[in-house]
Design a protein around this ligand. Structure first.
Ligand code: ATP
Length: 340
């Protein structure tokens, strides 16, 4: 059973059994091509599992844009994994991609859930798996993109319905230096205000609201609560001051969120042993206002991501050796070689 588990996880296993003497430090391990006789006895299973691409990253790093670019090149469909964007409404506050930005690429789990419902990670796993199956049945590539890393952790973890056993997974991480990202998200909040953040928040304001449930947990709503309660009682100057304060809080809370998200992604790599393909989008964010900004994004993020996905869909899967596989391997005293 343990062997099957490792085999299904696309790891090569060399059992230490009396009939097959192959100790961990055997010199052949370092020169695999000289060892064809041995490998013919332990061939890699042909990859039959469907492939799923993940695009991870903190808020504001450009993962939605990258997901669309990759979907256009690899016949993909995007499954949203942002826990606030699954709800209906709040397009500006939750930064949902617009119809134009989707560029004809189908997006799933983007809205559709009632704003008061508590959409759990378990529900996400169930729906994301079903949708991924449907996308694969259409001959397309599922691309799971969004910032809610607890959803991803649950999906890939042992309680996520065996997702990582059923699919070959490849993870792209769009990363931006946090101080650079701070400036960008602050600027983005100003743009959101121009696009109607205040009116959108007023539309859902309810003086009896519970900000720990449903879409009301979104950054942008709790921060404006005090303003909506008092705006009718105060003069213009105070209203302006209160709004400035609320917008400042929204910026600070978004910056805090990007740090938490980045730390969670880093832990996937360091603690869970996931193989993440990190794309550094710092230069693209720094130069976003320059004429060459789009080109820098294409060259430093889109191009390398396309190469990664091409290798992933074209050859052996760029998967990972799961923490569980590694633990079982240690327990079996075996050597596990992950696929690349
Ligand atoms: P946790 O389990 O801590 O919620 P997570 O990784 O699933 O972790 P995140 O997506 O990082 O969750 O969201 C954490 C919080 O940040 C949300 O509960 C919400 O308050 C806010 N948030 C997340 N995404 C958005 C968004 N798109 N728009 C507005 N606020 C958001």
């Amino acid at each position: 059973m343990a062997f099957l588990d490792l085999y299904l996880n696309k790891a090569l296993v060399f059992p230490r059994e009396p009939s097959v003497k192959f100790p961990r430090d055997h010199p052949h391990l370092f020169n695999l091509s000289d060892n064809l006789a041995f490998f013919s006895r332990f061939p890699l299973l042909p990859t039959t599992k469907p492939k799923v691409l993940f695009v991870l990253g903190s808020s504001g790093t450009g993962k939605s844009k990258l997901a669309v670019s990759l979907a256009l090149r690899f016949a993909g469909e995007v499954i949203n994994s942002d826990k606030m964007q699954v709800y209906d409404g709040l397009h500006v506050i939750t930064n949902k991609v617009t119809a134009d930005e989707c560029a004809g690429v189908p997006h799933h789990l983007l809205g559709g859930v009632h704003p008061d419902a508590d959409f759990s990670a378990a529900e996400f796993c169930c729906l994301a798996t079903k949708i991924a199956d449907e996308i694969v049945a259409r001959g397309h590539l599922p691309i799971i993109a969004g910032g809610s890393n607890s959803y991803i952790k649950k999906l890939i973890g042992v309680d996520g319905g065996n997702f990582s056993r059923r699919y070959d997974c490849c993870f792209i991480w769009v990363d931006v230096d946090l101080t650079v990202l701070d400036e960008f998200v602050a600027e983005r909040v100003d743009k959101m205000v121009e696009k109607g953040l205040l009116e959108e928040a007023r539309g859902i304001f309810d003086s009896a609201a519970d900000y720990t449930k449903g879409v009301r947990r979104s950054i942008g709503l709790p921060e404006l609560d005090k303003y909506f309660r008092r705006e009718a009682e105060v003069d213009e100057a105070e209203r302006t001051a209160m709004l400035e304060e609320a917008f400042g809080e929204i910026k600070a809370n978004t910056c805090r969120l990007t740090r938490v998200q980045r730390e969670k992604i880093r832990r996937f790599e360091v603690e869970d042993g996931w193989r993440l393909h990190r794309m550094d989008a710092t230069a693209a964010v720094v130069r976003r206002r320059e004429l060459c900004g789009g080109m820098v994004w294409e060259e430093t993020v889109v191009g390398p991501s396309i190469e990664t996905v091409r290798r992933f869909v074209g050859g052996a899967a760029a998967g990972f050796v799961s923490k569980r596989s590694r633990m079982v391997a240690v327990a079996m005293d075996t050597v596990v070689v992950g696929t690349t």
